[in-house]
Design a protein around this ligand. Sequence first.
Ligand SMILES: *Cc1c(COP(=O)(O)O)cnc(C)c1O
Length: 378
Amino acid sequence: MIDTEAVHAGREGLAESGRHAVPIDLSTTYPSYDVEAEAARIDAFASDGGRLSGPPVYGRLDNPTTSRFEAGLAALERTADAVAFASGMAALSAVLLVIASQGRRHVVAVRPLYGCSDHLLESGLLGTEVTWTDPAGVAAAIRPDTGLVMVETPANPTLAETDIAALARSCGTVPLLVDNTFATPVLQRPAEYGARLVLHSATKYLGGHGDVMGGVVACDDEFAAALRQIRFATGGVLHPLAGYLLLRGLATLPVRVRAASATAAELAGRLAADPRVLRVHYPRIGGAMVAFEVAGDPREVVAGVRLVTPAVSLGSVDTLIQHPASISHRIVAEGDRHSAGISDRLLRLSVGLEHLDDLWADLDQALSESRSPALAAL
Ligand SMILES: *Cc1c(COP(=O)(O)O)cnc(C)c1O
């Protein structure tokens, strides 16, 4: 069961070694008196990029604390392996560099995506080329040089959902990447539906306390080996302290996600029944994110909250609100935002662990602050 695995995954061998808490290994380098054996291990890593046997050689290849987080997340996502990075964007960049290095630079992607993921693909900054489509158009958009299909479900910020199994069938042999940041493995394990790559901004629910940045890709051994080689070559490593905090975050992930989701579902219902709210987006699979379109000026709602924090990011123990058109998705061109369903009236709420009634009281008074009838200025 995931509750049990979340607590124990990544803690292998601790009790046998006389420890309870996971040790934080801050070494950047590791001594070795046997030059030939060390050379053989480096050769083995270079030839297949797999995990090093024995102690690490250097902190950019591997770290024992971060490895425990990777093993824990892979267990929760039901994948053979996982590779951690300094941030979610570093993780996505590594995936794009893997496919580009294999000569398949074309990506098929479904909007909406997280604003910076959209920008990374749209700008072609890493030498990739993108075709945007909807899930039904994916099969037709795939070309001989397509290296990746990418989707977010539920998507940021509209919470639009995609049928992962159906999409995986449209992908054929092209790897499907599902950004599972919003659902977390507590609500959805995309690998079970045929996704080859599962991406997380670990900065969000996995860490869960708004105090650590990280990213991780859960996948099979072969893709993990390619990602490790890119990580070694480009250096987007997760700091071991972050690896420690992320592993600790996994232990409470199911409890946090379920508690926040219950509150979010109730808030979504109250918002839907409120005349000051035009439309509520809440996914069928549930979750702790709610998006809603307001009749008044959404910026006045953000200005009016007192308990809720007006800030980007999500997945923390405290509730956050932001206006995607102004902030998280500002980098996406207005026309692309609108065609992806991101209304200028939309607010994105990341529900935390506060009491439902306190959150509702705050939203209720903030909605009353928003009196402007029209959004002409937006
Ligand atoms: C935040 C986020 C990212 C990017 O992650 P960082 O850790 O900020 O680099 C990617 N995808 C989604 C869905 C996100 O919310």
